[in-house]
Design a protein around this ligand. Structure first.
Ligand code: MN
Length: 235
């Protein structure tokens, strides 16, 4: 037996300080996980964490010291950044209690949950899934992964994003409404977590639109940085 065409390549993310590659299984994202961002999106009540997903090949790897070039995506006029701590999962887990959640964490990265906000808003208004707003090609720029043996379990650390040298997002991962361990507890009720999963843990306040020519630099202290230039899409 043979594949009827070449099998898709495995999405991978490099590992800091090594030539090893982290194979991506799934990409999960947490919605509204910082109070100030929830407020800027028009929500005030603490709510149960909720999740959406991006396809594994939405991961757009930007190596350390490089500036990724992202063609402005189609079908939108409101492309927005969301800088996020990304948690890389290294073990299987289902219905994982918060106290055991740390055992699943393999490492951390910095990611951008790029969003076609106009499409997301239209889908929200109609009660439809967010995929066209959230899960498009290259919608998940990500830095190399820093293994947890180099960082320890992270509970705090500045998270920030500059656009053209101006600070736009500036917070601390300690301000997440749901901690990494609590996110894993909740997410693992609905999905079997597996080695290779990436969890984008939510963004702080300050999200806004970007245009071709804009340069984004974001980071999480202790994890790394990521740099991205938005470029005009080829005709
Ligand atoms: Mn997000």
């Amino acid at each position: 037996m043979a594949y009827v065409f070449a099998a898709p390549g495995q999405a991978v993310v490099p590992v800091v300080g090594s030539t090893d590659l982290f194979p991506v299984h799934r990409i999960y994202c947490v919605g509204r996980n910082y109070a100030e961002h929830a407020r800027e999106m028009g929500h005030s009540e603490r709510e149960q964490p909720f999740f959406f997903a991006k396809p594994p090949d939405a991961a757009f790897v930007i190596s350390e010291g490089m500036t990724g070039k992202l063609p402005y995506p189609g079908a939108t006029s409101d492309l927005q950044y969301e800088v996020e701590l990304v948690v890389a999962i290294g073990r299987h887990g289902s219905i994982v209690p918060e106290e055991k959640a740390a055992e699943l964490v393999w490492g951390y990265a910095v990611g951008l949950d790029l969003t076609r906000r106009d499409l997301q808003a239209a889908m929200k208004a109609q009660g439809r899934p967010w995929e066209i707003g959230k899960s498009f090609d290259r919608s998940a720029p990500i830095s190399a992964i820093r293994p947890i043996h180099l960082t320890g379990a992270l509970a705090s650390g500045r998270i920030w994003l500059d656009v053209n040298g101006q600070r736009r997002q500036d917070s601390d991962i300690a301000k997440m409404i749901w901690s990494v361990d609590q996110i894993i507890e909740h997410l693992s009720r609905y999905f079997v977590l597996a080695p290779g999963d990436l969890i984008f843990s939510g963004t702080p306040a300050g999200v806004a639109a970007v245009l071709p020519g804009d340069v984004l630099n974001g980071g999480v202290d202790g994890v790394g940085q990521l740099s991205l230039e938005i470029v005009t899409a080829a005709p």
